[in-house]
Design a protein around this ligand. Structure first.
Ligand SMILES: *Cc1c(COP(=O)(O)O)cnc(C)c1O
Length: 360
């Protein structure tokens, strides 16, 4: 029944991580919990590149994505959209009763900093959402350039989703001037789903404090008040915090630079396979993600058939395309714990099966 996941989330979870999750739970108001929570802070802050606290939310990423808009937008939020996740953030903003501007780019195109500047220059906005690595299209936005533009507008709070890039490429929050950096557990971190992390700047906390209707579960002020005690607002998913602690050990044992280099190398292996097979990435290569490849199905491959055979014969699965790109693209993940061996094995299996699933 069990097979290996090469889909871009949830990704494969290591045995070490699963074992860490069987550590007995402790009371979430106990000294033991405070030690656990405070013990992982230095590594989390190092990974986020921040002096600010890193909060832990018992939710998937969408919880804190929605929460960020509720905490920070008083006037209007600009949603930078270029794929399934970023497009949905606009819908979520509207559902929270916020005024929202939709800055739409083609799926597979990177967001254009100039277009963002033009929109923010209207003065209508006090908040912006951006997805660093749009997982649905395998596109990595030029974060440094975009943050430089956003920081020209001091009133605008920036919320950056790094769900599928966190810890795989550097995203130095303080250096880039990001107000809220958030991520989820089941993609680049290779943990099971159910936990999100977020780090909030001081000025974003001040903004939150001035806003009504923040709700309770994702209220930044609640996160901060509890953080000061080494705790979370409500009972957290303690097994996943053990898993996170175990993963932080892995990350700093490997070393950050080595981890970044491994992602780049494995991504290049997949790109070479794509090229060798006469295929191409959906985004322009220089904006291609380092954690997955979203490949245009220009050869009319029977993706569903290929994937079924891959599962049957080689015990692993890739992804057949997300949302409106289903069947038109397929995606191969190299994020998390993948190695030269696992990626080479997958690509060899695909080579073996591919001819069977090409049109006659
Ligand atoms: C998967 C994903 C999300 C949503 O995560 P959930 O865990 O389903 O809430 C958000 N943003 C990006 C970039 C993602 O890849």
């Amino acid at each position: 029944m069990s097979y290996k996941l090469f889909i871009p989330g949830p990704v494969e979870v290591s045995d070490k991580t699963y074992r860490a999750m069987t550590t007995p739970v402790v009371g979430h108001r106990s000294k033991d919990f405070v030690a656990l929570f405070q013990g992982i802070q230095p590594d989390l802050q190092k990974l986020v590149g921040t002096k600010d606290p890193v909060y832990i939310s018992t939710s998937s990423a969408w919880g804190v994505m929605e929460g960020s808009v509720r905490n920070l937008c008083a006037k209007k939020v600009l949603n930078v959209m270029s794929g399934a996740f970023s497009d949905k953030w606009n819908d979520v903003s509207l559902r929270c009763g916020k005024a929202a501007g939709a800055l739409q780019f083609e799926w597979g195109e990177p967001a254009d900093p100039e277009a963002i500047r033009k929109e923010l220059a209207t003065g209508e906005y006090d908040c912006i959402t951006l997805i660093h690595n749009e997982t649905s299209t395998g596109t990595m936005n030029p974060l440094k350039e975009i943050m430089a533009v956003i920081n020209e507008f001091p009133e605008v709070m920036s919320v950056v989703d790094t769900v599928s890039s966190f810890s795989a490429v550097p995203v130095p929050k303080d250096e880039l001037g990001i107000d809220v950096l958030l991520s989820g557990s089941q993609k680049a971190l290779a943990l099971p789903p159910g936990l999100a992390i977020l780090s909030v700047s001081e000025r974003a906390l001040e903004r939150a404090e001035s806003l009504p209707d923040r709700g309770y579960y994702f209220d930044f002020i609640e996160f901060q008040k509890n953080y000061e005690k080494g705790m979370t607002p409500s009972t957290p998913v303690i097994p996943l915090i053990y898993a996170l602690r175990s993963k932080l050990e892995d990350i700093f044992t490997e070393g950050l630079e080595a981890r970044y280099a491994r992602h780049e190398r494995l991504n290049n292996l997949t790109r070479a396979w794509v090229e060798k097979n006469g295929l191409e990435l959906l985004p322009p290569p220089e904006f291609g993600s380092k954690t997955l490849c979203c490949v245009k199905n220009t050869r009319d491959i029977d993706i569903a058939g290929l994937n079924a055979a891959l599962k049957e014969k080689h015990n692993c699965v890739i992804d057949g395309g997300y949302g409106k790109l289903k069947g038109k693209t397929f995606r191969i993940s190299n994020m998390g714990d993948e190695t030269d061996e696992t990626m080479t094995g997958l690509l060899a299996a695909l080579d073996e099966l591919l001819p069977e699933f090409l049109p006659a």
